[in-house]
Ligand binder design. Structure first.
Ligand SMILES: Nc1ncnc2c1ncn2[C@@H]1O[C@H](COP(=O)(O)OP(=O)(O)OP(=O)(O)O)[C@@H](O)[C@H]1O
Ligand SMILES: [Mg+2]
Length: 504
């Protein structure tokens, strides 16, 4: 259907793609795996006409395809859902979906808006039943925005669909309905290129697997290839995956450093009381509209609780202010696609030290040396792939930008570290390293809160897990009680889940 032949691309001193050849067949889900910075997104963008290759060519059928711009690629039936969500914030959900396809609905000079809207709404009902079609995109969550972008790509009935980490922001349930949509389009003969870091998705959805490393293809294999083998190809060596390993229980004597009492936020969060102690990793898990996003906004100072109180080290957080939350001791790592908080035009170094500058510059003069040292230390520890510390943030791959945000928060050395979806978009090997870094940080006395929709992540990092269901605490699990079944049961509102004050 579409084929890349010996495509190469160089950015400055980085060889992003080195003579890559790959073809997509009708009806297949071709999975593309590889570490952060391996070149996956670059290949996806070249296929979609967003980036032009330095050498090599793209063919559709037997013809050479030379797209001058993404619009031409779209008209040729190639749709790309990018890693960073690209929806138009000020427009409604349904208008985002139909954007650019008015022509397909034009008859006798009139756009048949009713028909167009109906088709879009039908698609949305399947992929995003939780979003009102007329909602303005600005106000919806990261996962919702991403699903709007997917719906937009599907709306044009493409022949080739390129999905760059489509599920990184989706929870288990959203993922399932997304998969059934993908299966449906492939059964109609659409060719899908599927970029992911989630190896469990490979046998679930894949037909073929291609693995990249450092801009080149290093392996092609079947989707039932055992995980350790996939990992070995991705990393270029054998690495060990850590699984649930309970850390030493924290002395219950330590006073909670972050605590909420009956916190409410709009309709989303309903009287949530929680606490986390120094040295502890608390996981917060939920699916769908569970309130986790809004709770994160309250804890990080982006939003004030409508009711109830938040205490950091015994003092109330009060009004909504991120800098105040940070000053009180809560460093926050947002996990949304779109990379909130990344300053694309600043160098990597400044992006890491942004939040610690006050500490590094006691007399107002930034201590350049200290700044460089801090940045270098975290770049090495998290293995951030960048030519050097002066490189612009926007030149880093998606996963490496996410690592920089994590480095920025770790560099703050605050008593509380609050992370949302810390490994969304992070490759398998780096994910393990981040878990190790988090556990070490906890060991040194930091209280860590990980808000995640990734169940495996929860089971791997959390000492204790709080499960939210429709804005309320539906269960709390620790030690041997912290199991996949228990957590999912509570998250889905199962009868095993007993809200601590269900007050019927
Ligand atoms: N616009 C750019 N300018 C400079 N370098 C770039 C640019 N875009 C990508 N690169 C570099 O090219 C390499 C490949 O990046 P790419 O985004 O394709 O990686 P990826 O495999 O998609 O990684 P991730 O899993 O983190 O999304 C990286 O080293 C990246 O820093
Ligand atoms: Mg990428």
């Amino acid at each position: 259907m579409i084929r890349a032949r010996q495509v190469s691309k160089v950015f400055g001193s980085t060889m992003a793609l080195d003579s890559v050849s790959l073809d997509l067949l009708p009806g297949e889900v071709h999975v593309l795996l590889g570490e952060n910075g391996a070149g996956k997104s670059t290949l996806a963008k070249i296929l979609a006409g967003i980036v032009s290759p330095d050498s090599g060519r793209i063919e559709i059928g037997e013809r050479l395809a030379a797209f001058a711009n993404p619009g031409e690629a779209r008209r040729a039936g190639i749709e790309l859902v990018q890693q960073e969500t690209t929806v138009v914030p000020k427009m409604s959900v349904v208008d985002n979906v139909t954007l650019g396809w008015e022509r397909a609905y034009t008859r006798l000079g009139l756009v048949r808006r009713r028909r167009m809207r109906e088709d879009a709404v039908r698609l949305l009902r399947e992929l995003a039943p939780d979003i009102p079609p007329d909602a303005i995109v600005d106000g919806i969550s990261g996962s919702q925005k991403h699903r709007v972008a997917i719906a937009r790509a599907l709306f044009s009935s493409p022949r080739v669909l390129i999905l760059d980490e489509p599920t990184a922001a989706l929870d288990e349930l959203e993922r399932e309905s997304f998969f059934s949509v993908v299966r449906r389009v492939t059964s109609r003969g659409v060719a899908v290129l599927y970029v992911t870091h989630h190896l469990a998705e490979v046998p679930a959805i894949g037909s073929r697997v291609t693995i990249m490393r450092d801009g080149a293809i290093v392996a092609r294999c079947a989707p039932d290839t055992p995980e350790p083998q996939l990992v070995a190809h991705i990393a270029g060596r054998q690495i060990s995956m850590q699984h649930h390993e309970a850390s030493a229980p924290t002395p219950a004597a330590a006073a909670p450093v972050l605590e909420t009492v009956d916190v409410c936020a709009g309709e989303a969060v309903d009287r949530v009381s929680m606490h986390v102690r120094p040295g502890e990793v608390l996981g917060v898990y939920g699916v769908g509209q569970c309130g986790a996003d809004e709770l994160a906004e309250v804890l990080s100072g982006h939003r004030r609780a409508d009711r109830g109180r938040v205490f950091v080290a015994g003092r109330t957080l009060g009004r909504a202010s991120v800098s105040r939350a940070l000053a009180r001791g809560v460093a926050y790592v947002p996990g949304e696609r779109g990379r909130n908080g990344v300053v694309g035009t600043l160098p990597v170094r400044d992006n890491i030290t942004l939040s610690v500058l006050p500490r590094l510059s006691p007399a107002g003069v930034i201590r350049r040396r200290a700044e460089a040292r801090t940045a270098a230390r975290w770049t090495a520890q998290l293995r951030i792939k960048t030519p050097d510390l002066e490189a612009q943030m926007s030149a880093l791959s998606g996963g490496n930008q996410q690592k920089v945000l994590l480095a920025r928060a770790l560099a703050c050395e605050t008593p509380v570290l609050l992370l949302k979806e810390p490994t969304a978009g992070i490759d398998v090997q780096s994910r393990q390293e981040i878990y190790t870094a988090l556990k070490q940080t906890a060991k040194s006395g930091t209280a860590i809160v990980v808000i995640t929709s990734d169940l495996l992540e929860l089971l791997t990092v959390a000492d204790r897990a709080l499960v939210l269901y429709r804005g309320r605490v539906a269960g709390e699990f620790a030690g041997p009680a912290l199991t996949e079944e228990a957590v999912l049961g509570a998250a889905l509102g199962g009868s095993a889940a007993v809200p601590h004050d269900s007050g019927q």
